[in-house]
Design a protein around this ligand. Structure first.
Ligand SMILES: [Zn+2]
Length: 346
C-alpha cells in the first residue's frame, strides 16, 4: 500500500459508491466480488484499496470505517497485510493480466487460510486487461467463493469482461468527478508543491481526471507544454528541433539511457501532445459557428479555427498511432521519426 493510503471517509467524490460500500461494511454483507467500473484516473483503485482495508479491519467502527489501530490496519498501512493482495504488483511485458498471475495471486490466495482473521481481500486493477483464459480461471473461485473473501475488480470498462464474470460481480459505477472534487484530490495527492493555477491547468488538460493530471505533473515534459501548444497552433519545427525536447534521443545511433527509458520519455511526449490537441478540439467544438449576419472578420476567424481544428485532428491521430507503435515496434527512435515526419508544418 502506498504511503498516501486513504481511509474510506477521506476519499473525495463518488458519494453514492462510498455510501453503498459503507452500508455493506456496516451490515457485514459484502458480496464476494465487486466490479468498480468507470473512467480512468477518478479514484477507483484508491477507493477499492480503502474499502478492502476496512473490510479486513479487526475492529471496524459502527459506521463501517477501519479503526486504523488494530494489527490488520497497521499491517495494511505498511503494505504487509498477508491477506490483502493488490494485483498486479507491476506491469507485465504484454500489458495483459495472464492466467499465471491470476492463479498465483488470486485463486491460490483464496484457497489459503487467512492469517489475521477469517477474511481476505484481493484487488485486481486494470481488470479489462485480463485475458479470457485468466477470466475463466477466476470463474470457479467466484462460483464457490470461500467464506470471508472479497475480490474487487477495477476496470475502465466492463465490456472486456466475460458475461459469466459480470453476472457474479456487484457492479458499482463511477462517474466523472466534479471539477472541485478533482482539484481537491490533486491538492491532496500532489502534496501542495504546485500552485493552484498549475493544478487547474493539468486537470483541464487531463479532461478532469486527477489520476491523469498527476501523471502530467510528474512528467518532465510538462514544463514544455506552452512550446508544444505553440507548435500545434503554428506548425511543427523540423525533426531536429523537435528532438531537442528529448535529450538522450538520437537517431544517429548515439541514444542515451535504456530503451525502456527512451520509450517512457516518448510515451510522455505523445501523451502530452494528444492531451494538448484534445483540449483544443474540445474548446473548438464548443465555440459557436458564425451566423448569416457574420462579418468578414468573423468568417476569417472561422477559417482560422477550421485550420486549427484540422491541425489538432492530425496531431491527435499521429499521437494515438505513435502510442500504439511504441508498444509494437522495437526501436523507439523509429516511432519518433515516423511521428515527426507526419506532423503539420507551418
Ligand atoms: Zn482496524
Amino acid at each position: 500500500m502506498s504511503a498516501h493510503a486513504l481511509e474510506l471517509e477521506q476519499v473525495v467524490g463518488h458519494a453514492d459508491v462510498r455510501a453503498a460500500l459503507v452500508d455493506a461494511l456496516a451490515s457485514d454483507r459484502c458480496p464476494p466480488c465487486y466490479l468498480f467500473a468507470g473512467p480512468p484516473g477518478v479514484g477507483k483503485r484508491t477507493l477499492a484499496a480503502a474499502f478492502l482495508r476496512a473490510f479486513l479491519c479487526l475492529a471496524r467502527r459502527a459506521d463501517g470505517s477501519a479503526c486504523g489501530l488494530c494489527a490488520a490496519c497497521r499491517a495494511a498501512e505498511r503494505g504487509q497485510h498477508p491477506d490483502l493482495h493488490l494485483v498486479p504488483q507491476k506491469t507485465s511485458r504484454s500489458g495483459r493480466l495472464e492466467i499465471t498471475t491470476v492463479r498465483s495471486e488470486v485463486v491460490e490466495v483464496f484457497d489459503l487460510e487467512p492469517k489475521y482473521s477469517r477474511r481476505r481481500g484481493v484487488l485486481i486493477d486494470r481488470a479489462e486487461t485480463l485475458s479470457e483464459e485468466a477470466q475463466n480461471s477466476l470463474l470457479k473461485t467466484l462460483e464457490e467463493p470461500p467464506a470471508g473473501a472479497c475480490l474487487v475488480l477495477v476496470a475502465t470498462t466492463e465490456t472486456a469482461l466475460l458475461p459469466t464474470i459480470l453476472s457474479r460481480a456487484r457492479l458499482l459505477r463511477f462517474g466523472r468527478l466534479a471539477a472541485e472534487d478533482g482539484l481537491a484530490i490533486l491538492r491532496q495527492q500532489s502534496g501542495g508543491a504546485e500552485p493552484e493555477l498549475v493544478l487547474r491547468e493539468a486537470l483541464a488538460l487531463a479532461d478532469g481526471s486527477p489520476g491523469a493530471a498527476l501523471e502530467l505533473l510528474s512528467s518532465e515534459l510538462f514544463s514544455e507544454r506552452a512550446t508544444l501548444a505553440g507548435w500545434i497552433h503554428a506548425g511543427a519545427p523540423s525533426p531536429a528541433d523537435l528532438r531537442e525536447l528529448l535529450p538522450g534521443l538520437d537517431t544517429g545511433g548515439r541514444s542515451e539511457g535504456t530503451r525502456e527509458e527512451r520509450k517512457e520519455r516518448l510515451h510522455e511526449l505523445f501523451q502530452l501532445t494528444l492531451l494538448l490537441a484534445g483540449r483544443e478540439l474540445r474548446e473548438g467544438c464548443s465555440a459557436d459557428a458564425p451566423g448569416a449576419s457574420a462579418s468578414d472578420a468573423d468568417r476569417e476567424e472561422e477559417l482560422r479555427r477550421g485550420a486549427l481544428m484540422a491541425s489538432c485532428q492530425r496531431w491527435a491521430e499521429l499521437g494515438l498511432r505513435a502510442l500504439d507503435d511504441l508498444e509494437a515496434m522495437v526501436t523507439p527512435e523509429l516511432v519518433f521519426e515516423l511521428w515527426a515526419a507526419g506532423l503539420p508544418r507551418a
